[in-house]
Design a protein around this ligand. Structure first.
Ligand code: BDP
Length: 705
C-alpha cells in the first residue's frame, strides 16, 4: 500500500514537472489556469453541466472523446468535472454534417452549456470551441453561436515513408511506428488526433505522395487499420496514397493500364479489401506522372482515365471514398515553361472526371515558393471539383529553423480572385465548392509534424499547423485573428507581450521573402535540400536549374511570361492578364515572376531595379535583426524553454539571411555590373565562397537519407 502511495506521489510529481517544463508537447491545448485571463469568474466558474445534443442522442466513441477532452480541459481551467448529459434533438439542417451550436442554458436550475451537432463530430468540434473560448477568457454569459465548416474534407498530407523518413520533414521522424504496429499503439497517435480534431481537421493521408505500394499489402493494411481505429475516435478518417503501378508491383499483373479490365478488377478487389480493414476509409491521394512517379501516361492514357479507374470502386457499394488526383505534374521532356504544364494537361480534361474525383492543386503553379502567383487551374476547370494543397512544412521557407508564420501567405492565396465567374471568384470559393455548387469540397496541408517533442521543431512553427486547421474550417478567418488566438492559447503572456509575438509572427513570412526571393524571384534555392541560396545552380534537367527561372543576363532579370515570352500569363482571366501583364500595374511582389526587367528600370519607388533588389535583400536582413531584438525583449515574459529555443533558431536565421543576401547579390551583380546602393552592406566573402557552401545531410532531403 505504502509503495503504491509513494509511486502515485512520484508519478504525480513527474506529471506536474513535465507540465511545467513547457516543452511544447501540449501545443495549443494547454488548459492551464491563466491568472491574467479571467477564466474562473462569472458563468465560466459557475458552469456545472454540459449538454451534448445530437440527432441520435447516442453515446458514441467520438462523444466519449469529447467528454474526455471536456474533463481534461475544464479540470485544468476551472478545476471542475462537469456533468455531461447526452440528449437527442431535431435535425438542424443549417449545421450540416460537422457544424455545431453553442448555447448558454440552464439544467436543473444550474448553469450549463449546450453543444449541439447533427453528428457526434459536430459535438466534438463544439467541445473544442467551448474550451478554446474559455482558454481565451471569453465570456460565456450570452453564449449563443453556431459555426459550420465551409469545406467538407479537411485533410493533412504526410509525406512520410515507411522507413519513417519524412520527405521535407524537419521535426524528426515519422510519427507512425510501422515496425511495431499493430500491436504497439504509441500514445502520440491519440495526441496527434486530438490536435487535429481541435481545429476541425477530419482526415489524414498518412503516407508519402512518392508512394510505396507495400502500404496496400495485407501486412501493412493491418497496421493502417490500427491507426485508423485511433483516429476514428476523434472524427478523423484515414486516407492513403496509392502507387499507380501497384498492380504490377504487388499484384503480379503485367500492366497497370487503367483501361485494362484485369487492372480495374485488381483495384476493385483491393479497394474492397481496404474497406474490410478500414470501414470508413476516406480514399486515395495520387501523384502520377510527375517526378518519376508512375501514372496513366505510361500506358498511353490520360489523368482522367487513371483517376476514374481508382474512383469507381471507392464509390461502389455505398462507399463514399474519393480520389484526390494531384495536378503537380511537369516533365522535363516538355520544353514549355514549367508553370504552364499542369494547366495544359488538365484543362482539356475538365468535365471528364467522375464525381468522386477531386483535383488537388498546389497554391502556386510551380511549387511551394515563398511567393508565387496562384495556380491558374483554380480558375479554369469549372466542371471539375478542385481542392487546394498548401504546404505547412517549410520546404522553401527555412525548414524548422527560420520563422515564417504562413497565415498571411494562405490568406493571400484564399482571398485571391480568379475572376473565373466575374469579380469575387476567390480561390476560397472555388475550394469550398460554392462558386460552382460542387458538393464535394476539400483542402490539404502538407504536415510539418514529426517525432520532435514539440511536434514541429521550431516552437513557433506550431502556429502554422494551427493556422492551417483553422483556415481549413473557415477560410475567411484572417491570419491576424488566428495568430492572436494561437498566441493566447500557446503562451501565458501578458497582453503586451502577446501582441508583440503576434506582430513578430505576422511579419515573418514577408521577411523570408525579402531576404531570399524578393520581387517575384523564385526557385533560386540550393539544389536537393532546398535550404539556402543557389541562384547559380546549373546542370542536369533544365527545369531544376535556377537560371531557368531567374533568366539573369546583362540586360536584366526575371522570367518573361508575357505575350513575348512564355505566354503563361494567358492562362489567367483577362483582368489579371491586364494587371499582371503590364509593367506599370503588376505589383512589385510579382514583378520578376512575370517579367524580364532591365537592371536600370525605374521602379515605383523611383529607384532602378538593381538598387531596389539590393535594398529588398538588405531589408530582409534588417527585419531579422529587428525581430531578434524584439524577441530578446520577451525574455521572462514567456517561459524560458520556448523563448530560448526560439532565440537560438533566430541566431541561425540571421546568419542564413545574410548568406542569402550576400550570395544572391554577388551572383546577380555579375550581370548587373552595378555597385551596391547606399545602405546595403557588402558581402563578407566572395561569390565562390557561397557557391562552395555544402550542406550535407540536411533534414528532409530524400536523396541523402
Ligand atoms: C516538391 C518536393 C518533393 C515533393 C514534390 C511533390 O521537393 O519532395 O515530392 O514537391 O509535391 O516540392 O510531389
Amino acid at each position: 500500500m505504502m509503495m503504491r502511495l509513494l509511486l502515485v506521489a512520484l508519478l504525480a510529481s513527474v506529471a506536474l514537472n513535465s507540465a511545467q517544463a513547457e516543452d511544447g508537447y501540449r501545443l495549443w491545448l494547454r488548459y492551464d489556469q491563466v491568472d491574467g485571463r479571467d477564466v474562473r469568474s462569472g458563468y465560466r466558474s459557475a458552469l456545472r453541466a454540459v449538454v451534448f445534443q445530437t440527432t441520435a442522442g447516442e453515446d458514441t466513441p467520438v462523444i466519449a472523446s469529447a467528454r474526455a477532452e471536456l474533463t481534461r480541459g475544464l479540470g485544468g481551467l476551472i478545476d471542475r468535472d462537469p456533468t455531461v448529459h447526452i440528449v437527442a434533438g431535431e435535425l438542424r439542417p443549417e449545421l450540416g454534417a460537422d457544424g455545431y451550436a453553442l448555447k448558454a442554458v440552464t439544467v436543473d436550475g444550474e448553469r450549463a452549456v449546450r453543444i449541439t451537432g447533427n453528428s457526434d463530430a459536430g459535438v466534438l468540434y463544439g467541445t473544442f470551441a467551448l474550451l478554446r473560448k474559455m482558454q481565451l477568457g471569453e465570456s460565456l454569459d450570452e453564449l449563443d453561436e453556431t459555426s459550420v465548416p465551409k469545406i467538407a474534407r479537411r485533410l493533412m498530407n504526410h509525406w512520410d515513408n515507411l522507413n519513417r523518413f519524412v520527405e521535407r520533414g524537419y521535426a524528426g521522424f515519422s510519427l507512425w511506428e510501422w515496425a511495431y504496429l499493430p500491436e504497439v499503439i504509441s500514445p502520440r497517435y491519440e495526441d496527434y488526433a486530438r490536435a487535429l480534431a481541435s481545429t476541425g481537421i477530419n482526415g489524414t493521408v498518412i503516407n508519402n505522395v512518392n508512394a510505396n505500394a507495400l502500404i496496400l499489402t495485407p501486412e501493412y493494411l493491418a497496421k493502417v487499420a490500427a491507426l485508423a481505429d485511433v483516429f476514428r475516435q476523434w472524427g478523423i478518417r484515414l486516407y492513403l496514397t496509392s502507387r499507380f503501378s501497384a498492380p504490377m508491383e504487388i499484384g503480379g499483373l503485367e500492366t497497370a493500364d487503367p483501361l485494362d479490365p484485369a487492372v480495374q478488377a485488381w483495384w476493385d478487389a483491393k479497394v474492397a479489401e481496404i474497406y474490410t480493414y478500414v470501414p470508413d476509409f476516406g480514399g486515395f491521394l495520387v501523384k502520377a506522372n510527375s517526378e518519376g512517379q508512375p501514372g496513366p501516361h505510361d500506358f498511353g492514357r490520360d489523368h482522367a482515365d487513371g483517376a476514374n479507374m481508382l474512383a469507381a470502386p471507392l464509390a461502389a457499394e455505398g462507399r463514399d471514398g474519393i480520389v484526390m488526383w494531384r495536378a503537380f505534374v511537369y516533365a522535363f521532356e516538355d520544353d514549355t515553361d514549367r508553370v504552364k504544364q499542369a494547366y495544359n494537361q488538365f484543362v482539356p480534361l475538365d468535365g471528364k472526371f467522375l464525381d468522386n474525383v477531386i483535383v488537388q492543386i498546389k497554391n502556386g503553379p510551380l511549387d511551394f515558393m515563398p511567393r508565387e502567383a496562384f495556380s491558374p487551374l483554380f480558375g479554369a476547370m469549372p466542371h471539375t471539383r478542385l481542392m487546394a494543397e498548401l504546404q505547412i512544412t517549410q520546404e522553401y521557407l527555412g525548414g524548422s529553423v527560420q520563422l515564417a508564420y504562413l497565415g498571411p501567405m494562405w490568406e493571400e492565396v484564399l482571398t485571391q480572385d480568379t475572376y473565373a465567374q466575374g469579380e469575387g471568384s476567390t480561390i476560397g470559393r472555388v475550394v469550398d465548392g460554392t462558386l460552382k455548387g460542387h458538393p464535394l469540397s476539400a483542402i490539404a496541408g502538407v504536415a510539418n509534424t514529426g517525432t520532435d517533442r514539440n511536434w514541429t521543431g521550431h516552437p513557433l512553427a506550431q502556429s502554422n499547423w494551427y493556422a492551417y486547421g483553422r483556415l481549413a474550417w473557415d477560410h475567411e478567418l484572417t491570419a491576424h485573428q488566428i495568430a492572436e488566438e494561437w498566441t493566447a492559447l500557446t503562451f501565458d503572456a501578458e497582453e503586451d507581450a502577446a501582441n508583440e509575438i503576434v506582430e513578430i509572427l505576422m511579419g515573418s513570412r514577408e521577411t523570408v521573402v525579402n531576404y531570399s526571393m524578393p520581387l517575384g524571384l523564385h526557385h533560386i534555392m540550393e539544389r536537393g535540400h532546398h535550404y539556402g541560396p543557389g541562384p547559380w545552380v546549373m546542370g542536369g534537367r533544365s527545369d531544376w536549374t535556377s537560371p531557368y527561372y531567374h533568366q539573369a543576363n546583362e540586360i536584366g532579370v526575371g522570367a518573361d511570361r508575357g505575350q513575348f515570352g512564355s505566354k503563361a500569363i494567358n492562362q489567367y482571366a483577362l483582368e489579371l492578364r491586364q494587371q499582371w501583364g503590364n509593367l506599370d500595374t503588376v505589383p512589385d511582389n510579382l514583378l520578376l515572376w512575370f517579367h524580364h526587367v532591365p537592371w536600370d528600370y525605374e521602379m515605383k519607388s523611383g529607384r532602378p531595379l538593381w538598387d531596389e533588389l539590393a535594398l529588398r535583400y538588405q531589408q530582409g536582413v534588417d527585419e531579422v535583426h529587428a525581430m531578434q531584438a524584439r524577441w530578446d525583449d520577451l525574455q521572462g515574459k514567456i517561459d524560458d524553454e520556448r523563448w530560448d529555443a526560439t532565440r537560438q533558431r533566430m541566431a541561425l536565421q540571421e546568419k542564413d539571411a545574410r548568406e542569402w543576401r550576400d550570395a544572391c547579390l554577388l551572383y546577380f551583380q555579375q550581370f548587373s555590373q552595378r555597385p551596391l546602393p547606399e545602405g546595403v552592406e557588402p558581402a563578407e566573402y566572395d561569390l565562390q565562397h557561397y557557391i562552395d557552401v555544402n550542406r550535407r545531410y540536411y533534414p528532409g532531403h530524400p536523396g541523402e537519407y
